[in-house]
Design a binder for this molecule. Structure first.
Ligand code: EPZ
Length: 428
């Protein structure tokens, strides 16, 4: 398994191009299952999770053509054409689903288009049990008969799904996306209350509208969908990845450098930007991105609580904790979304961080400097937290199991090295 070696202590300076958002691209790819026409996605990031989703879709009969000359299309990222003339297989097998939880996103579209779907339960993951009960209860409310057998969700519906008034008891991002896609082909009107407001949900909704869906309330916690008999093809550009952008904003801040996050959309990152500014980082929104400047600045810890969007994103908690481990003063960081999302803490402590966990809160007291050490990645965002700590630490850090990073960060070493980081991948 590959590892990454970093020699820290150098401020980052330069430009980092932000790629298309992983958590938008995955549901957008699943949307192809809703139509027999071609869906063309622009600005697709090159990530392991995207390849995993492509392999899963291929098992359902989706034809895909990767059109590499993105430049010709005037966009970054890659161009992927997806065509599902027929769904030739309605079963999503365990060996594919176990690689990526977001595979559950094929359930709604296949059930809506075929009247049946058999999808392996994704199982837990490092950061928590992550059940899909809310997805299933909502589909049952739309008329699906759902059973669980042999670790698979078996869903069927006579005729079409029926529109319903759905109220999610807690915000679920992929739950909202699954039901939104199912509702576009249902009979009648579906209301989704307490819908997730993450920008990636709005990006999916905008793409579905371009495909002929009728959706109102996009960006709000109440989505109203008028079901259609069918959807048609469209071309849609994946929005910039706010978590990748936020992660590199922290890279600039933790190294006391100055970096332009090219293509980043500040309107999707308000809660994070507010925290960075309160910590003493200068953040300037520009025409072509966001300039993050911490050169020569003294930073201080700020209290943070993760919440559904537009609150502070749970996917940025580990990264910002690394920053506060090197800032002045103390910060209390409370994780309200997942039950086990502090696995970066023991690794940060190996690097000299002063962090104490009390239930779902961590008290982070800044230290003068972290020191490089051999550490282990455990999940995607925890891995990035270790990269960020290593960039600031004195000496050398080797991070093992970096396959976690490859799931969500495109060309990580290249983007950081271009700004002066001493970083290399060790292949073994
Ligand atoms: C999405 O996961 C993201 N993944 C996650 O990003 C992100 O951390 C999460 O939303 C929260 O923002 C994708 O979009 C592909 P949830 P998702 O359903 O949809 C509980 C990353 O790093 N819940 O919003 O799986 C659940 O256990 C990944 O890119 C139920 O109890 O998250 C959690 O505690 C990590 N039952 C909370 O709700 C359900 O049926 C929020 O989960 C569904 C969720």
């Amino acid at each position: 398994m590959d590892s990454i070696r970093i020699r820290g202590g150098r401020p980052l300076n330069g430009v980092i191009p932000i790629s298309g958002a992983k958590n938008a691209a995955l549901p957008l790819m699943a949307a192809t299952l809703l139509t027999a026409d071609t869906l063309t996605l622009l600005n697709l990031p090159h990530l392991v999770d995207i390849t995993t989703m492509a392999n899963l879709l291929a098992s359902h009969g989706v034809f895909m053509h990767m059109n590499g000359n993105a430049k010709a299309q005037g966009c970054g990222g890659r161009v992927l054409e997806l065509t599902t003339r027929d769904i030739t297989n309605t079963t999503a097998h365990y060996d594919l689903v176990r690689k990526m939880r977001a595979s559950i996103l094929v359930l709604g579209p296949i059930l809506a288009r075929m009247g049946q779907a058999r999808v392996s339960l994704p199982g837990g993951c490092a950061i928590g049990a992550r059940p899909v009960d809310l997805h299933l209860k909502a589909l049952e409310q739309m008329g699906a008969v759902i059973g669980i057998d042999g670790g698979y969700v078996d869903a069927r519906v006579e005729g079409r799904l029926k529109g319903a008034h759905l109220v999610f008891p807690q915000v679920t991002v992929t739950g909202t996306e699954n039901l939104l896609m199912a509702a576009t082909l249902a009979e009648g009107e579906t209301i989704i209350d307490n819908a997730a407001r993450e920008p990636e949900v709005a990006d999916l909704a905008n793409c579905l509208v371009a495909m002929g869906a009728e959706i109102s309330g996009i960006g709000s916690s109440r989505l109203v969908v008028q079901g259609k008999e069918s959807l048609h093809g469209a071309t849609h550009s994946v929005l910039p990845d706010r978590i990748e952008a936020g992660s590199y904003a922290v890279a600039a801040a933790i190294t006391r450098g100055r970096v332009l996050l090219q293509h980043a959309d500040a309107t999707h990152m308000a809660a994070l930007i507010k925290v960075l500014i309160a910590a003493g980082v200068e953040v300037t929104v520009q025409e072509d991105g966001i300039l993050v400047d911490a050169a020569g600045r003294t930073l201080k810890g700020v209290d943070v609580m993760t919440e559904p969007h537009p609150g502070f994103p749970t996917d940025m908690q580990a990264q910002v904790m690394a920053l506060f481990a090197t800032a002045e003063g103390a910060s209390m960081m409370t994780e309200t979304i997942f039950e086990n999302r502090f696995m970066h803490v023991p690794e940060l402590k190996r690097m000299g961080a002063n962090i104490n966990i009390h239930n779902n809160s961590a008290i982070v007291r800044g230290v003068d400097a972290l020191s490089g050490a051999p550490v282990m990645a455990t999940d995607l965002r925890a891995s990035m937290s270790l990269v960020l700590a290593a960039l600031a630490a004195t000496g050398e850090t080797t991070i093992a199991r970096v396959y976690h990073l490859d799931r969500g960060y495109e060309r990580l070493e290249q983007k950081l090295a271009a700004c002066g980081a001493e970083i290399e991948r060790l292949r073994d």
